[in-house]
Ligand binder design. Sequence first.
Ligand code: PGA
Length: 252
Amino acid sequence: MRKKFIAGNWKMNTRSIDGELLASAIVKGLGSDTRVDVAVCPPFPFLSRIGQVVRGTPVGLGAQNCYLKDDGAFTGEVSPAMLVDVGCQWVIVGHSERRQFFGESDKLINQKVHAALKAKLRVILCIGETLDERNGNRMKPVLNTQLAGSLADISSEQLKSMVVAYEPVWAIGTGVNATPQQAQEAHVFVRERVGQLCGESAAQSLVIQYGGSVKPDNAAVLLSQPDVDGALVGGASLKADDFLAIVRAGIQ
Ligand code: PGA
């Protein structure tokens, strides 16, 4: 049985004080409950501070991006080793906003995945099709290309330190979530392809999150789908009550 995993992607939101209050409220609300895995992914400047808030609690800490080298002349970049240094266990790689606004390719994303895993970070790898791609009946080929590219040379052993987040771009921040059936169909396809790429048994254990307008009122039905193993939550992760309600929806 795969354990549900709910992660909050704060994106470029919060200031240090409200980030700290948000993380504290999540820690308090969750208590010692470990029936669902939970992580928060604040912006880089607050990782250290939020790391202190969540340390010793069931709430994990993740970053939203990383570079592929450990050190060097890469102005403005942050390395996986630095993320580990400030207490991260997780890093999101290949979010559609990175692909869309910063031109990240599957090749670069694959290099980042390898670098993050080498540094002993666990990776949330994001994939997902745009509305045009879905309407043009290209969802599966697009997911296929993204998976084959970003999982190149990833072994079944390495896959154990990974989560895949299926995030249809048309559902992100739009208030239009995928229907439970659409999510389930995509997740089954992702699991099948990952099985071909990295091995069947590793794919069966792989946690596949859904992301895109997950809210307290749609979380339970999405999370009740057999292949929806969690959620990557953007907007609703910025309110402790909403995020905690989504976490509770994962306890089934
Ligand atoms: P959303 O974002 O929940 O605000 O749609 C999800 C994400 O981009 O990870």
